[in-house]
Design a protein around this ligand. Structure first.
Ligand SMILES: CCCCCCCC/C=C\CCCCCCCC(=O)NCC(=O)O
Ligand SMILES: [Zn+2]
Ligand SMILES: [Zn+2]
Length: 520
């Protein structure tokens, strides 16, 4: 029997613990609520912080508008498909070079622009600035596209550039001919209007981005390095404007990619004795490989949400989320694991949260009555910023006794570019976005795919990945998928964006912020 007083001491002890827990809970809730309401509404430089400049307005005539779409459609009709680094469409790439010359005569004849063909099909334009002390910048895009077959269920043939309901359909309308044609069209009209840039810049167009960029972009990098070129920043494809892509985000937001995930391509293979299909073994090479692949798909890589640049995205956008997501996004210190799990529900947001696993090729067998001697599969991992290539590959769980695992290629996640109030490239891109689309909130983001810009990482520290493609729910699946398309209005805005950006880059220094809000 307990001694008298022990019971009441126990009771007092339990009571104290309960009070302490209550105090901690109330404190956490108070901090979380304060953060929810105090996290700034608009971080960094805003349009109001910038002085007005005398820019040439992007006013184009009806005839020019028609020319803009004619040029773009011609670009879409040329099937510049890359299948592998050794299987590219040379004929189409030559035809594309001819199109560029025909569509942009002023760019090709201007004394301000030097044009060079690099590695047979890539292009480098060097645009001279009037003030050589201003460090030049670079715009990058790629001409090649991934394959597309009408039989996959397209509403219009993928190389037809057919117009349906004011959308232009075709492979490359989002990735990446809107960028190639958009930036050159903007330069063409600027030169026609007598514009002369103060800050010099480069336009690089790779021809093999979809299969590595090792010939196109890499040779452009080599050329610039030989010339000892320094760049203030580089802008490539990557992220976009999301409008209704993420549930709970109130209004559209522009995401500027400040980094991109790493990548690993792993080949899995199983060999077994070939023979007659009438006397099969209990397990075939196909069955063993299929089980290994299924196991990979059933066991996604660990959740890392909040440990990479995606954290900045959610903190910048926190005030744009509806309750209760706003409460969660404003308090990632507490709720990152919950937010990560919510994001994992959709492929395009799951990609922010972890290293993703995609089984992309599976080959085996030659005839219905012959047992296959070998079955092979390729798995493409996109590595989260909080992991290295090696850590990602080490986590691949495979029955290594029966399945041979080879890392075919890969690279680490890319460094994170600056995005503070004093970051020239980020703030100029942000201003250019807001000049064209004042209704947007701009936030840093992580590009979940890879771009040619990664080859420039030793040449320039600040690499950004953004095109003002206006993506609504389901549009992300059109990239490399079926019914890739862009609205005519969106394409015209993209031309307007580059037209504005090129002029904004003449600003020598960023303004001081007057808004009094701070970055995280
Ligand atoms: C608040 C967060 C909302 C997140 C929604 C994000 C949606 C992102 C959607 C699309 C990104 C598409 C990237 C396209 C880049 C294509 C580059 C490419 O194809 N490279 C080749 C490769 O990676 O293999
Ligand atoms: Zn691309
Ligand atoms: Zn692509």
């Amino acid at each position: 029997m307990a001694a008298p007083g022990t019971k009441s001491r126990l009771f007092r002890c339990v009571k104290s613990i309960l009070y302490a827990l209550l105090f901690i809970t109330i404190s956490i809730l108070t901090i979380a609520t304060l953060r929810t309401f105090s996290l700034n509404v608009n971080v960094g430089l805003q349009l109001a912080d910038w002085e007005k400049t005398n820019q040439i307005r992007f006013d184009i005539s009806q005839r020019q508008r028609e020319e803009v779409f004619t040029n773009f459609k011609e670009a879409i009709r040329i099937p510049t498909v890359s299948y592998s680094p050794t299987d590219i469409n040379a004929t189409a790439l030559h035809e594309f070079s001819r199109l560029l010359r025909k569509a942009f005569p002023t760019v090709f004849s201007s004394s301000l622009v030097q044009h060079e063909v690099v590695a047979d099909y890539s292009h480098l334009f060097t645009v001279q600035g009037s003030q050589p002390d201003l460090v030049p910048y670079m715009l990058l895009a790629h001409i090649d596209v991934v394959p597309a077959s009408e039989s996959d269920g397209w509403d219009a043939p993928p190389f037809s550039a057919k117009e349906i309901d004011n959308f232009i359909y075709g492979r490359g309308t989002l990735d990446d001919k809107e960028c190639v044609m958009g930036m050159l069209q903007a330069l063409e009209y600027l030169l026609l209007k007598g514009y002369r840039p103060q800050r010099g810049f480069y336009i690089g167009l790779g021809h093999d981005e979809e299969v590595s960029g090792l010939n196109g972009a890499l040779n452009i990098v080599r050329l610039l390095k030989q010339r000892n070129v320094h760049l203030s920043f580089l802008l490539d494809e990557g992220l976009l404007v999301v409008d209704g892509v993420m549930k709970g985000l109130d209004g559209p937001a522009a995401l500027i990619g400040v980094s991109e995930k790493g990548s690993a391509t792993v080949k899995l293979s199983v060999t077994s004795a070939p023979g007659h299909s009438s006397m099969p073994p209990r397990e075939s090479s196909i069955g063993i490989l299929a089980a290994a692949v299924k196991r990979l798909e059933d066991n996604p890589m660990p959740m890392l949400f909040g440990q990479g640049p995606e954290r900045g995205t959610f903190e910048h956008l926190a005030h744009k989320f509806i309750f209760p997501i706003r409460f969660l996004a404003s308090n990632l210190w507490l709720f990152a694991p919950i937010v990560g799990r919510l994001l994992a529900l959709k492929p395009e947001t799951n990609a922010f949260s972890r290293t993703t696993t995609a089984v992309t090729m599976f080959n085996a067998g030659v005839k219905v009555n012959v047992l296959p001697s070998v079955a092979e599969a390729y798995v493409n991992f996109r590595i989260h910023s909080a992991q290295s290539l090696q850590e990602g590959v080490e986590r691949v769980e495979i029955d290594a006794v029966r399945v041979k695992v080879e890392v075919v290629d890969g690279f680490d996640p890319l460094p994170v570019s600056s995005y503070s109030e004093t970051s020239y490239g980020f703030q100029i891109i942000k201003k250019s976005i807001l000049d064209v689309f004042p209704q947007l909130t701009v936030a840093p983001g992580i590009c979940v795919a890879n771009t040619d810009s990664r080859h420039f990482k030793d040449l320039v520290a600040d690499i950004y990945r953004f095109i003002p493609i206006w993506a609504k729910a389901g549009d992300a699946q059109r990239i490399h998928g079926i019914n890739e398309r862009i609205s005519k209005k969106n394409y015209e805005d993209i031309v307007g964006f580059y037209f504005t950006l090129i002029q904004n880059c003449d600003v020598k220094e960023l303004p001081e912020t007057h808004s009094g809000v701070h970055e995280f």
